[in-house]
Design a protein around this ligand. Sequence first.
Ligand code: ATP
Length: 364
Amino acid sequence: MLEIRDLNVNLFGFALRNIQLTINQGEFFALLGPTGSGKTVLLETIAGIKQPSGGRFFFHRRDVTHLKPEQRNISIVYQDYALFPHLNVLANIQYGLRFKKKRNVAGKPEMLHMLVEMLGIDHLLKRYPDNLSGGEKQRVALARALIVEPDILLLGEPFSALDTNTKETVQAEIKALHSALKITTLMVTHNFSEVFSLAERVAIIKNGEVQQVGTTEEVFKMPNSQFVAEFVGMKNVFALHQVNGKAMLGDVLQLDMQVPEEQSAGKHPTTGGNNKYFIGLRPEDIVVGNGALKTDYQLTGTVLTISNNGVYSEVKVQSGQVNFTAYITPNRFFELGLRENKTVTLGFDRKNINFIKGQACATG
Ligand SMILES: Nc1ncnc2c1ncn2[C@@H]1O[C@H](COP(=O)(O)OP(=O)(O)OP(=O)(O)O)[C@@H](O)[C@H]1O
């Protein structure tokens, strides 16, 4: 269990502010945020590499705030793996045990055996890092981190340098290792799909401040702000207007839904900005067609842009003053004969509309 209380870190030109987080024993927790939001700074402060200007850390209720990194029984895996080039794979993996032996804790031989087997690297033990693929280096770095049986495992963007197939395999291996060892794990990433695959709970961080903490499902389904909604892939987030107490999506569609009571909720407690309601729709929940649709709501619009990524096409459609983003399959794309400037119908169901209460982000 990891508890972070009132953590502040002041660096030249950047600060982590008032971080409060509890990561439960054996939990897989993700810290998700855009580039430069402070994820690595937080990871390195937990590891004892960076110093906080205020606040405390507890590992299993033990106050470790003033302990040196090697006294914290923590392992960190960096996105560039940080293997020692002059040591072979076996020596790299066993390296961490040197510190353990200093503390009179012997590494278990069966642990080495189990890790190299689960990670499929038993045939690589005599090789050197320079001759390994990215995925193999990542597995060696994981084995080195886990062999010391840390109280906390910190993973810094573990998949950012891997191709899609290798990433999926390594994700499955990390999941299996976590199930087997139940080591409390904190992973930082800017990719929500990684959070979705691995984490039980997630904290969203922006500009050095935590925006929302919850289960992966809660944050996915009930983002607490426009920023979080867009960051977890909602793509269609529109400020809510009301006409006669009914929710109005831009100038194009009246929804037969009541606007929640606190629509005029007033000032945001910390920033003084106005709280607002938004409507969020996921791009995969929007149906595109050439005629009438069977969805609860529908409207017409003009295709602005289409981008194909192989697995699906992202289609931007303008309806009135509102721009929608929808994902469609390649089959559907060809079936509809989509092209820019084509008039299409758009539809979505009531159950897929998310009301989001929170502050507008700078771009919203
Ligand atoms: N030692 C330092 N001194 C001053 N500023 C720093 C230091 N280390 C990091 N920063 C700054 O802190 C901010 C947050 O950096 P951090 O590496 O934590 O971002 P991140 O969320 O991990 O981003 P990414 O996803 O790109 O890795 C950045 O603006 C960075 O330049």
